[in-house]
Every structure is written in C-alpha cells, then in structure tokens.
Ligand binder design. Structure first.
Ligand code: AMP
Ligand code: ZN
Length: 113
C-alpha cells in the first residue's frame, strides 16, 4: 500500500535487515527498542490493524506467533518474552500496518512498561 511505512520496508523502498522472511511474513528490529530484544513481526499483506483480522487473513496471525516463538528461541529468551499488539488510536498504534512487537531480555512490568 502506497504511503505505508511497513509496506515500504517490505518492498525494499526503505532499507531494513530482515531477521526472518518467508512468502507471507517478515521480521526486523524496532528502530526504537524498549528492551534488549525488540523485534517487529508483520504480514506482507497490508492489514491495517487487529481490528481488520478476518476469516481470510487470520492464518497469518497464528503464523506470526510461530515466528515469534522461533525468534525468541534464536535470541535466547529462554525465561520468557512479551508479544504486544497495539490496536488503533486508543491502543497506541502509530503505524497502520498490523505488527506484533516481540520484546524480551529484561523483566517486563504489568500493567504497561
Ligand atoms: P506501534 O506504536 O505499536 O504502532 O509501533 C510502531 C513501532 O514501529 C514503534 O515501536 C517504532 O519504534 C517502530 N518503527 C517506526 N519506524 C520504524 C522503522 N523505520 N524501522 C523499524 N521500526 C520502526
Ligand atoms: Zn502496509
């Protein structure tokens, strides 16, 4: 999709190093990490937010969680990690292409942090 930051990363218009790529999913480091490991995992299809998940695209979300698990293992997050999705304005979403944050390498706090 034109003017979507993450679509531009997927199509190479904006340079990024992929930590994972297959025909449907890519993962890359967050530019502003909040923990020692902070990876964004996204579908190549432009899905705007979690509010746009439907019967046709839902398989991508399960796949993203499998990729998260693999990356967490590769990154040595044996004691756990957090997977976050911010959905739309009140959810704190700032890039309107669905993405899941894989965050780890420190103790997480709840709520927030
Ligand atoms: P969210 O606030 O959930 O929409 O998350 C958007 C994330 O995208 C933030 O954590 C940003 O740091 C990250 N981000 C923004 N621009 C880039 C970029 N060019 N490359 C990697 N991550 C980015
Ligand atoms: Zn997009």
């Amino acid at each position: 999709m034109k003017d979507c930051l993450f679509c531009k990363i997927i199509n190479g218009e904006i340079e990024s190093e992929f930590l994972y790529e297959d025909d449907e999913i890519v993962a890359f480091n967050d530019i502003n990490p909040t923990a020692p490991v902070h990876i964004l995992i996204i579908p190549k299809d432009h899905i705007a937010s979690a509010d746009d998940i439907n019967e046709e695209n839902a398989h991508l979300i399960g796949k993203i969680f499998i990729v998260a698990k693999k990356l967490a293992k590769e990154m040595g997050l044996k004691d756990g990690y957090r997977i976050v999705n911010n959905c739309k304005g009140d959810g704190g979403q700032t890039v309107d292409h669905i993405h899941f944050h894989l965050i780890g390498g420190r103790q997480m706090l709840w709520p927030a942090g």
